[in-house]
Ligand binder design. Sequence first.
Ligand code: ADP
Length: 326
Amino acid sequence: MYEVKCIGILTSGGDAPGMNAAVRAVTRAAIYNGIAVKAIYRGYKGLISNEIADFKTQSVSNIIQQGGTILKTARCMEFKTPEGRKLAYDNMVAAGIDALVVLGGDGTFTGARIFAQEYNVPVVGVPCTIDNDLAGTDFTIGYDTALNTIIEAVDKIRDTANSHERLFIIEVMGRDAGFLALNAALASGAEAAIIPEIQTGVDQLSELIGRGFRKSKNSSIVIVAESDVTGGALGVASRLKKEHPEYDARVTILGHIQRGGSPTAQDRILASRLGAAAIQALLEDQRNVMVGIVNDAVHYEPLASAIKNEKPVNRLNLDVLKMLSI
Ligand code: ADP
């Protein structure tokens, strides 16, 4: 059995609210179990440029409620090269780190997996992304906060949409996943969600217009997931302008506001549980897994399948949305 004495922790890729709560949980759970903690700043970039510092329990005081990540995050092309990873490994060994806990999404886990295979280093991934697009966990850290930020914004847009009796097309993030768009549409009472999982996504708009959705309503909100498949809000709006110039549509792209803010209770709880689970995984000699929560129980998902497998959106929710938006 491989005994971990010192972990390195880093946040990488896109930031997500709740990352700090997860940094706190990993740090405290490690120290509680007699494992030393080294903070690696700016993700893999900091591992290569040796931005490593000791972390104590008080290093993570008062951060559970803060958005962003105190460890900073970065994208690092050098880590995609064997030379870059060699530098990273050398710095890791010099700092006395014998296992890594990486907080991030798909790209972060892809890098972690390659590194773990190359150097036989135990790595545990903690899923942090507002997109919720990782298999092996019901929810990712940051998703719930982003969802709440979106519905707060949509509620405000609804006020002006109602007053002017207008159609609003609102674009939300999600990369290639429709979790945010679909569930924000349900939670804000939107008339439709256009998501990349439905290949004929844009036809949902035709269908909606075919139903004459404005007859009984004085405003309409369509939430579109950013994606090449959907064409984003601008793509939908330009199609609408051509095919239905009678609609006075406005476009709002919510953008990076969705990444910020204090994490919700759900995200803080999820981050706390997953941070503790990451240390438990190392104590159990698990390696190269992502920790997740499935049906309210901790679950270890091999990094390979967390990255590769698609997590499906619940398509039944689209039917509910249609039913409730009459
Ligand atoms: P996210 O983790 O949010 O999906 P990115 O896709 O930007 O974010 O990935 C974060 C970082 O992970 C990249 O900047 C890079 O350093 C590392 N990474 C991603 N893909 C690979 C890869 N194929 N090989 C090595 N490292 C990778």
